[in-house]
Design a protein around this ligand. Structure first.
Ligand code: UGA
Ligand code: MN
Length: 347
């Protein structure tokens, strides 16, 4: 083989390699397909080369080794770029899961020093619960702007309503029907707007383990579970034996058919809608019992037992220490300080 032919063969081979590399960096990369094609082209070229004794002799084994090394090095540099693209294109299509049954959470609340922290805590708990409608109902003449802002910040699907306690109860001495006008407003809203799902009374002074929301949303009629930090017994709960309802354990039975706490039960919305008399009585201490009785026909034996057959506490009636109202500020002394702004938000 003359020198000219040797050089032209080597030039063709070099051009081929260049094309392979170029192919690697463009088509293969852009398509994001992790393909064996460029490697097989190189392998094929090398095989052909070895089949031609003339060319093999011309391109020494040492040269061939170096060329192969260089190509594989370039491939290693390209591969990490390609892998995520390849993974993205080969990822399985996202399966759209159907939404779980909707939860209608009724929260009565009222203006006091503890309102903002209680509502902050509750809202940030509810941020972990999907498919909810949060009915926040204030015992007030008009919505509190701080609460409206808090609700909007969360991004939760909410309804901000007001339902002041009727004056005849408000001005009365002794225990009052706390949160009853609010809850009745919530029940009315559900009757007018909901068709299915589950409703729950979540007072603003409780602590909730989010697992209870996932369990209660499958309630068929009425479900129940233990609530901690109540009365001298430390809890209120259905009594369960061999997986069956056997009665109630509560520090204050008082002849109630349903001696339970407000946070202890959830009700199926379809079930509720079939009971037009469903409402809460303005009867301090007997609100839960009165409401559950208004769901007749319904017997305690039909209760669905949650929280692992009522063996776990997932809700606590925490309550906050009552704080005195914030003392007025000396606005002359603290003129132009942060205290002016801070005090605007104090109760
Ligand atoms: C709970 C129940 O919520 C009462 O309905 C029930 O009478 C009482 O237990 C009981 O079984 O003896 P309690 O926890 O003592 O009442 O009262 P709070 O926590 O002060 O109020 C309950 C809910 O109503 C809270 O979400 C609170 O923010 C709200 N509330 C309270 C009002 O909307 N207005 C008020 O004047 C007081
Ligand atoms: Mn309470």
């Amino acid at each position: 083989m003359n020198l000219y032919r040797k050089f032209s063969l080597m030039a063709v081979f070099a051009l081929g390699l260049f094309a392979v590399q170029y192919h690697l960096l463009t088509t293969w990369w852009v398509q994001g397909v992790r393909s064996e094609a460029p490697l097989s082209v190189v392998r094929l070229s090398l095989d052909r080369l070895q089949l031609s004794p003339e060319l093999t002799a011309a391109v020494s084994q040492e040269h061939l080794r170096r060329i192969v090394e260089e190509v594989s090095q370039q491939m290693v540099q390209v591969l990490p770029e390609c892998v995520p693209v390849a993974a993205a294109t080969t990822a399985r299509p996202k399966v759209v899961e159907p939404l779980p049954p909707k939860l209608y959470i009724i929260t009565p609340t009222y203006r006091r020093p503890e309102q903002q922290p209680e509502m902050t805590r509750l809202s940030q708990t509810l941020l972990h619960v999907k498919n909810i409608k949060w009915l926040v109902i204030e015992d007030a003449a008009a919505p509190t702007p701080e609460i409206t802002r808090l609700l909007k910040r969360t991004g939760i699907d909410f309804e901000h309503l007001v339902a002041p306690m009727p004056a005849k109860y408000k001005n009365k001495k002794g225990s009052k029907p706390r949160g009853v006008s609010n809850r009745n407003k919530g029940i009315e809203w559900i009757k007018a707007n909901a068709v299915d799902g589950v409703m729950y009374f979540a007072d603003d002074d409780n602590t909730y383990d989010v697992r209870i929301f996932e369990q209660m949303r499958h309630t068929k009629k009425v479900s129940m579970w233990p609530v901690g930090l109540l009365t001298k017994f430390g809890l209120s709960t259905p009594v369960v034996k061999n997986g069956k309802f056997r009665g109630f354990y509560d520090g204050w039975i008082a002849g109630r058919k349903f001696p339970v706490d407000m946070a202890e039960f959830a009700v199926n919305v379809k079930f509720l809608l079939k009971r037009p008399k469903a409402a809460m009585p303005y009867k301090p201490g007997f609100e839960e019992d009165g409401f559950l009785k208004s769901l007749a026909p319904f017997d305690p034996k039909e209760v669905e037992l949650l929280a692992n057959n009522c063996s776990e506490i997932l809700v606590w009636h925490t309550q906050s220490k009552k704080n005195p109202p914030s003392a007025p500020l000396n606005e002359t002394l603290y003129k132009d300080t942060n205290l002016i702004e801070l005090k605007k938000h104090m109760v």
